[in-house]
Design a protein around this ligand. Structure first.
Ligand code: NAD
Ligand code: MG
Length: 407
């Protein structure tokens, strides 16, 4: 693909969005930012519009869109400003768009990512929640839309890189025994149970190796991020739950591994910088310069491995359980987690209440087939409500919590 590629960046102002634009800016002969989107913060999107001059800018929020429109007009820029979920779906499926970076956080990213898949784009999927909520439907949309799906999550990107380029129907056909998903262990890898009970948002947001948005950073501290990634791997690589194992590797240098039936274990290594998987997916099958620092193995010096502690980090167990239950269970796990993370960040619940709340919501859930997007979205809405009821029943004020359905 040597023609100039039009790229839509969904969630352009987030950590992944900013890294994506950094790589795009290094290759102006290959990529053009055609549409940029953000939730409600106008300033960062305005700055990006000044730099990249996209054809479209989309805000979720109508008032924010109006403010952006005025700012762009005053700056003499012709970027068209749209707003709302339908506009996000539109810029993900415009005929002139070649590549869509799906980097909205949470369930809100589902519909635009689905629109990109259905319209046959090269979909760079950072929004793992899409696959967790609706893995079967999303993979079907990719097939039916003849889209190209490339994983951005560093672990899945690593696995994609070390799997054979010609992939069979499932892992067994590729001679793969299992996938080894690496996890840094997060900021609380060595924390005692008592320390976890009193852990604060500031401590949980202090990730040792990666700079990421707040939601995924909390997910990394609870190991829910790894649980969501186990489910993500199930769909991306057609793996069974037993074929995905988690290995704690505190240095975050090995981004994941694949074990073959002959005993070979292949790994992808690199500095922990998301521009590597982003550049790989943007350029695939070509390799692009990404701005990532050379991996200095002498500085790294050693690579350690540990088994995850599922007593201190029950979110990992809850994720495997939801995956095994199937149907809408992973969507319910995801929605309850989104509410729990929000409540924790607002200091309404404690760190160890996150798994307690999710477990309770899952225990009360009526799991159904995830046979349509409506089913999935209904399950998401039910779980958000159930999680808030759990808080109310525990005497917790809901003020300040986002209400309603996220997707
Ligand atoms: P972030 O919080 O930094 O950015 C989120 C982006 O989504 C922002 O541009 C925000 O404006 C937009 N957004 C938020 N809520 C929205 C809504 N309701 N509607 C429309 N847009 C909305 O998040 P991030 O760290 O960049 O993560 C984005 C996604 O990528 C997540 O799904 C995360 O799990 C995944 N991911 C991130 C990393 C990382 O290193 N940051 C690594 C792997 C996967
Ligand atoms: Mg990851």
């Amino acid at each position: 693909m040597s023609r100039l590629q039009n790229v839509t960046v969904l969630g352009a102002t987030g950590t992944i969005g900013v890294h994506t634009l950094d790589v795009i800016a290094r290759h102006p002969e290959r990529f053009r930012a055609h549409a940029l989107t953000a939730n409600s913060r106008v300033e960062p999107l305005f700055e990006q519009c000044k730099q990249f001059q996209p054809a479209y800018a989309v805000m979720l929020d109508a008032d924010a869109a109006e403010r952006l429109r005025l700012m762009l007009r005053d700056a003499g820029l012709s970027t068209e400003v749209l707003y709302g979920m339908q506009a996000l779906e539109k810029v993900a499926s415009l005929p002139e768009v070649d590549v869509v970076m799906a980097a909205i956080v949470g369930a809100a990213g589902l519909k635009p990512a689905m629109a990109a898949a259905r319209s046959g784009k090269r979909v760079l999927l950072a929004n793992k929640e899409t696959l967790v909520m609706s893995g079967s439907l999303f993979m079907e949309a990719v097939r039916e839309g003849a889209a190209t799906l490339l994983p951005i999550d560093s672990e899945h990107n690593a696995i994609f890189q070390v799997l054979p380029s010609k992939q069979g129907k499932n892992l067994t056909q590729n001679g793969v025994k299992r996938i080894l998903l690496t996890a840094s262990g997060g900021p609380f890898r060595k924390a005692s149970h008592a320390e976890l009970v009193t852990a604060t948002p500031a401590q949980a947001l202090n990730h040792p190796n990666w700079v990421m948005g707040p939601k995924i950073t909390i997910d990394s501290a609870t190991l829910m991020n790894k649980g969501l990634e186990v489910i993500e791997a199930r769909w991306l690589f057609n793996a069974t739950p037993d074929q995905v194992d988690v290995v704690v590797h505190p240095q975050s240098v090995i981004h994941s591994m694949v074990e073959y039936i002959d005993g070979s274990v292949l790994a992808q290594l690199g500095s922990p910088d998301m521009r590597t998987p982003i550049a790989y997916a943007l350029g695939y099958p070509d390799r692009l310069e990404s701005g990532v620092a050379t991996l200095d193995l002498f500085k790294v010096a050693r690579l350690d491995f540990e088994a995850p502690d599922t007593t201190r980090f029950p979110c990992l167990v809850l994720s495997y359980e939801a995956l095994r239950r199937g149907g809408t269970a992973p969507a319910i796990l995801n929605a309850a987690n989104e509410i729990a993370v929000q409540a924790f960040l607002l200091q309404k619940i404690g760190f160890m209440d996150i798994p307690r709340m999710i477990e309770s919501v899952l225990a009360d859930a009526n799991i159904e087939d995830a046979s349509s997007l409506q089913h999935v979205i209904a399950a998401d809405g039910w779980a958000r409500h159930a999680a808030q009821q759990w808080m109310k029943a525990s005497g917790i004020e809901l003020s300040g919590m986002e209400s309603g359905i996220a997707c």
